[in-house]
Design a protein around this ligand. Structure first.
Ligand SMILES: Nc1ncnc2c1ncn2[C@@H]1O[C@H](COP(=O)(O)OP(=O)(O)OP(=O)(O)O)[C@@H](O)[C@H]1O
Ligand SMILES: [Mg+2]
Length: 228
């Protein structure tokens, strides 16, 4: 582990369609941190996360994520940033026409792994890590919502990224399933990965405490005053 922060933003701003969604964002996140991004709908949580994974550019200021300069990220080089992080979405975003294992295999193929036993054992290791070790043959529609999200997390872990970005990962799940996913993400943090998670689930903040960043009025502020 080195001492460079995984995320560092100085005076960051995000403008969408001439509307300043976020301004004066100053943020430093290191290895092994669990960071929640909270705030009302439309407050800019997803917009910030999109900047972190190179889907949006910063309109102001500068930033780095896993050593990649956000000001020079573009469509041609964004894959180099994406290799260093995992992304998990509310709607799982799985490929519906192939099995759980093949969903993972597709990503390994696209990120330069040649076919062979190393590729197969990496798939099995990631399925095992999320508790789906015996379900690799199943199609996504034959998995429960919680299992689909576990598969999406396995996919995010394939290339062992130091940083996981999750945008409302439990937004479509019932409370019990939510708890399993939160526990899994929390276990990853204990293994020194960093998780940044946008959520409306304030129960999560109580059950699995971490840093809390509050998006409001176009600003992001760290808070200890967690809403109940
Ligand atoms: N593609 C877009 N075009 C125009 N405005 C956008 C676009 N994407 C986001 N916005 C605006 O930016 C603001 C922040 O949106 P964002 O999706 O970041 O909010 P959020 O905090 O993630 O909300 P939610 O909790 O509902 O997911 C909103 O006012 C939204 O309408
Ligand atoms: Mg959002």
């Amino acid at each position: 582990m080195n001492d460079l922060p995984l995320v560092h933003i100085e005076n960051g701003g995000v403008t969408i369609a001439e509307h300043a969604v976020l301004q004066d964002v100053n943020l430093t996140i290191g290895a092994g941190e669990l960071v929640y991004l909270i705030g009302k709908t439309g407050s800019g949580k997803s917009s910030l996360l999109k900047c972190l994974y190179g889907e949006r550019t910063l309109s102001h200021g500068q930033g780095t994520v896993c050593g990649h300069d956000l000001n020079t990220i573009n469509r041609k080089n964004v894959h180099t940033l994406r290799r260093d992080l995992g992304i998990v979405f509310q709607d799982f975003a799985l490929l519906p026409d192939r099995s759980a294992s093949d969903n993972l295999d597709f990503v390994l193929g696209a990120t330069g792994w040649s076919k062979g036993t190393a590729r197969e054992s990496r798939i099995q290791a990631c399925l095992d890590a999320v508790g789906l070790g015996t379900k690799g043959y199943k199609m996504p529609h034959a998995l429960s919502g919680g299992e689909q999200q576990r598969l999406a997390i396995a996919r995010a872990l394939l290339n062992e990224p130091p940083l996981l970005i999750a945008d409302e990962p439990t937004g479509n799940l019932d409370p019990e399933t939510t708890n399993g996913i939160l526990q899994l993400l929390h276990d990853l943090v204990r293994k020194d990965r960093t998780v940044i998670m946008a959520t409306h689930d304030h129960h999560a903040l109580q059950a699995y405490p971490g840093r809390v960043l509050h998006c409001s009025g176009g600003r992001i502020e760290e808070t200890t005053n967690v809403p109940s």
